[in-house]
Design a protein. Structure first.
Length: 368
């Protein structure tokens, strides 16, 4: 995820210069003729190290989008998109109904649940400001909207659905599946390809495949129990905002944030200027874009240490659960390093394990 965002920042800075198996059902919506339609595609996701495969089913509503016979490695992390196959204009789903295999748990889950259709409709209708158009169109405003419905499967039967678009990912809802045993008589009727989902040797090979689970991840997880509940912990929100200190009287241009719960937001234009406190999950990664007083552009990758930043948020909110914290980014005079500090009232916690990489834009002057 980091490389494409880095390229996006360079582009922005430079541009300133220049029924699982049968007929799907819908138990929630009745008047199909009035349902709005949007162009979207489905995607699957899972956490790194916990691959899944959907055996049967999909997203239901006034229509059906299949997730069947789809595999996700999760190699890009929780909340990252994969590849979709059903891109087109259609109604949004109101239900998820599917069976999937959790390789790390060596078991199968089933879910048949309403999803938050009204929230999804609201998100797609309202949309958000198009950052690419803003930076490539002389600062003009243009609305865009979400283009992907991402379905994530985590250990313990946890299912999270997000609306995803360029520069923004928003959680729609969290749902829960239950363990399910596919009848052996049903497995016996499957073709050789589908039958592999229930083959013990194949499941083991999946867990040993370094293209599915990188070797460093497998070593890190070796001998440790599956951290059930972790992905619900990621959903914890606090009221906070990023703040920026530029030593050279420069100007922040954008701040792209990825959070541990899979959500993401690109702050720029008036949203960055107003910079309101908002209930957000704990941040995992920041991409920053700024320019100094001479107009030289810079970008920065900020990657947090998971244990350090979770401990810092826990400590900062220990005595004031409803407090409003600031995550302060201080850019030095040379514009080649960034330090990070979490602040709430008189409490300050530094984050020394944060990984920082700063780079220069290829353009020397930026249009004011």
């Amino acid at each position: 995820m980091i490389k494409p965002i880095k390229l996006l920042i360079f582009g922005m800075l430079i541009s300133l210069t220049v029924s699982c198996q049968n007929k799907p059902q819908n138990r929630m919506l009745e008047d199909y003729t009035k349902l709005p339609e949007f162009k979207w595609v489905e995607n699957l996701n899972c956490p790194t190290g916990y691959p899944i495969a959907v055996y049967r089913g999909g997203l239901e509503g006034n229509g059906f989008v299949s997730l069947s016979d789809r595999f996700s490695t999760g190699i890009r992390g929780w909340g990252s998109s994969g590849g979709g196959t059903n891109n087109g204009v259609k109604p949004l789903p109101s239900r998820i109904n599917c069976i999937w295999v959790s390789y790390a748990e060596n078991c199968t889950y089933s879910i048949d649940s309403d999803i938050d259709y009204e929230r999804m409709i609201q998100l797609f209708k309202e949309g958000y400001q198009d950052s690419s158009f803003f930076f490539n169109g002389d600062g003009e405003y243009k609305q865009t909207t979400f283009r992907t419905i991402l379905v994530g499967f985590a250990p313990g039967g946890v299912v999270v659905i997000w609306a995803m678009g360029a520069g923004r990912t928003v959680e729609v809802g969290r749902y829960k599946g239950e363990k399910y045993i596919v009848p052996q008589a049903e497995i016996d009727k499957l073709d050789n390809h589908e039958r592999l989902l229930f083959d013990a040797t194949d499941r083991k090979n999946i867990m040993l495949n370094t293209k599915v689970i990188p070797l460093n991840v497998r070593k890190a997880n070796a001998g440790k129990p599956i951290p059930f509940g972790l992905w619900d912990t990621y959903r914890t929100r606090h009221s906070w905002r990023p703040t920026f200190v530029l030593r050279t009287e420069g100007e922040m241009l954008l701040s792209y944030i990825e959070m541990f719960n899979g959500e993401a937001v690109n702050l720029f234009d008036q949203e960055l200027v107003q910079n309101k406190f908002k209930k957000r999950a704990i941040p995992k990664f920041f991409d920053l874009g700024w320019r100094d007083r001479e107009g030289q552009g810079y970008g920065g990758d900020i990657i947090f240490d998971e244990q350090e930043i979770f401990k810092a948020f826990e400590e900062i909110y220990k005595d004031d659960k409803e407090g409003q914290a600031e995550l302060q980014f201080s850019i030095n005079y040379a514009n080649d390093y960034v330090t990070v500090l979490l602040k709430l009232g008189d409490k300050e916690i530094r984050l020394p394990k944060t990984k920082v990489k700063v780079y220069k834009s290829s353009s020397l002057t930026l249009k004011k």
